[in-house]
Design a protein around this ligand. Sequence first.
Ligand SMILES: NC(=O)c1ccc[n+]([C@@H]2O[C@H](COP(=O)([O-])OP(=O)(O)OC[C@H]3O[C@@H](n4cnc5c(N)ncnc54)[C@H](OP(=O)(O)O)[C@@H]3O)[C@@H](O)[C@H]2O)c1
Length: 309
Amino acid sequence: MKVLLTGATGFLGGHLVPRLLGRGLSVRAFARPTSRTAPLEAQGVEIVRGALTDDGDVAAAMDGVDAVVHAAGGGLALDPAVIHRANTETTRTLVRHATSLRRFVLVSSLAAHGPSRPGRPATEADPDAPRSEYGKSKLAAERALAALPCPWVVLRPPALYGEGEHRMEPLLRAARRGVVPTVYPAGTLSMLSGPDCAEAIAQALVQPEAAGVYYVAEPEPITRRAMAQAVGSQVGRRVLVVPLPPLVVRAAAALAEARARGGAPLVLTRDKVRDVLQPHQACDPGRALRELDWSPRDRFLAAASARNR
Ligand SMILES: NC(=O)c1ccc[n+]([C@@H]2O[C@H](COP(=O)([O-])OP(=O)(O)OC[C@H]3O[C@@H](n4cnc5c(N)ncnc54)[C@H](OP(=O)(O)O)[C@@H]3O)[C@@H](O)[C@H]2O)c1
């Protein structure tokens, strides 16, 4: 089976490529003209380049493939139009050219659902109410799959962690200083390691019965306080978890956007904060555990404390 993979150059793609190749699948990666593809080529991945919103580029890339894994996307941009292009428009373009596929797998996000209720992780039966442009763009991408003439699977991971994921860096820096300011310390989060997420994607591709939307996450959500403490133990510090007022987070995002407009790297946006400021972002992976022949091996809390042993 030949798979067209988008997002192969990203954090998740790095974990996914060896798992697809390991299942005997042949991988064609769709990369942007600027993407660094040497590590993929070294693994025997075929590279095609272009824009995922260009019909000609996408039609050519789709020629001869049996399945698509659409993992490209993201939510860190100043302009909401960029977020919608990366997540929704890219999906719509792929769907328009998916005339002879056997399967389409979309990597969405828990953000497409929005916040969960206290003590009740979201299930696939719960109605969606995304808060951020990122979440809305992922939900719109999911809805575009209805036009596909082949079976499709949507995976909704929560926050991912693991080797190659740099978004935990600010938390690690705070933990090294011994004080971790945290919004809603009692709030709950689902977590999933990059390798476990990649394994779920590979399973969604090859499990013949897999269909529809799945939450993929570790079985037990963790509190933000436990997360901060675990990151502390990862850097060998007992940390003080200090409640952070939401207003301060909003102000930090506005400042980060102003700095980015002046040329600094973009690290936080007001849109991102719409998700961060939901006290509960937890989901129930029960359906994936039952139907994908998949089970996450890593646990965030155990992984963080094991690193310091
Ligand atoms: N990381 C998380 O915590 C998390 C959680 C839930 C869902 N997800 C979803 O998982 C997927 C992979 O995330 P990741 O963590 O691997 O992100 P990442 O490390 O930032 O990589 C993003 C990938 O998407 C590509 N990409 C981004 N915008 C694109 C566009 N407009 N056109 C074409 N390619 C584009 C990038 O290509 P370049 O190399 O050219 O930049 C890169 O290959 C994304 O869809 C993301 O929304 C991630």
